[in-house]
Ligand binder design. Structure first.
Ligand code: HEC
Length: 280
């Protein structure tokens, strides 16, 4: 499907589903934005929380709070409506802190075939969630949480908290052609496999060669790639356990253990970062 056709389908689905006037958020209340290009809908917390399909959902292994949590939540696919099927392949989830995750639509819709189910958890401004461990903010105003995450191998960076906006976008490799592994010098298969690993686990915080929207961490290729100033072992150690390499109070990056990032994925990721550091 052409991008122009997708745009028309998404926008008309967004408007058809929500043509009734959505009241503006009241003072002190946040709103979740759903956007495609110029078209933006805003859902105030109270409106989302009062939907008939809202439930109290318990997340046993909450990766943000690191303990069981119960949230008021609505199914993400119900909010997207038929726009989820307009052929757009990625939803960009933007948080207030510079974290911007690129979520494949195929992952978000995998619940239809027995996969993990995405929900939008809604903080109630009158009864705010507790602060996140070690932080002075909660996971609100919105938090994309997963029921049954193992069914679709959902990674920890695919749980955006402090969420404020969801945008229909093209896949990262289409939007940022510089991410692609193209030249056939040497063995490129590991680097090619490393691209989706980078998109899933790193792109939400790190740009690469200017590609991406995340601003929490540094660009991992400009002006210099870590593969050029870290030893291969040091880089692997830092990805597994940043605090094992260097540590300070305001350190933000968490490590990626073997369960989240198997050894073969780490190899492919390092091959990809090395490929991206090639002279251009
Ligand atoms: C939640 C955001 C986040 C994610 C996800 C993340 N990082 Fe980081 N990363 C940071 C931040 C922030 C820093 C700066 C140091 C700090 O505060 O931890 C950093 C630092 C680094 C550095 C050190 C750069 C330097 O020279 O100091 C490397 C290398 C790195 N990250 C690689 C990765 C890779 C590879 C991944 C994916 C497997 C990844 N990061 C995932 C936030 C993140």
């Amino acid at each position: 499907m052409e991008f122009g056709d997708q745009r028309r389908k998404v926008v008309s689905a967004m408007l058809a589903g929500w043509l009734w006037l959505i009241p503006a958020a009241s003072a002190g209340e946040a709103a979740l934005k759903l956007s495609f290009g110029e078209t933006v809908l805003s859902f105030p917390q109270a409106i989302l929380g009062a939907r008939p399909d809202a439930i109290d959902l318990t997340i046993e292994k909450d990766p943000a709070y690191q303990r069981p949590m119960t949230y008021r939540a609505v199914p993400l696919l119900a909010i997207l409506g038929t726009a989820a099927d307009a052929g757009v392949d990625t939803i960009e989830a933007r948080a207030t802190d510079g974290f911007v995750s690129q979520l494949p639509m195929s992952l978000l819709t995998s619940s239809r075939s027995g996969g993990a189910v995405p929900w939008i958890a809604i903080e109630d401004p009158k009864a705010p969630w507790p602060n996140l461990p070690g932080k002075s903010q909660s996971a609100g105003p919105f938090f994309l949480v997963w029921q049954n995450p193992h069914a679709s191998n959902v990674g920890p960076e695919q749980w955006p908290y402090a969420l404020v906006e969801l945008t229909f976008v093209e896949s990262p490799a289409h939007r940022w052609p510089q991410l692609a592994v193209t030249t056939s010098a040497g063995e490129i298969a590991p680097a090619q496999r490393g691209l989706p690993v980078f998109v899933k686990h790193c792109l939400a915080c790190h740009k690469l060669d200017g590609a991406g929207e995340g601003t929490m961490g540094p660009d991992l290729s400009r002006p210099m790639s870590p593969t050029a100033y870290m030893t291969p072992d040091g880089l692997r150690k830092l990805i597994r356990d940043p605090k094992g390499v260097r540590t300070w109070p305001d350190q933000k990056m968490s490590g990626f253990n073997e369960k989240v990032l198997p050894a073969s994925d780490l190899d492919d990721l390092v091959a990809y970062l090395t490929y991206m550091a090639r002279p251009k």
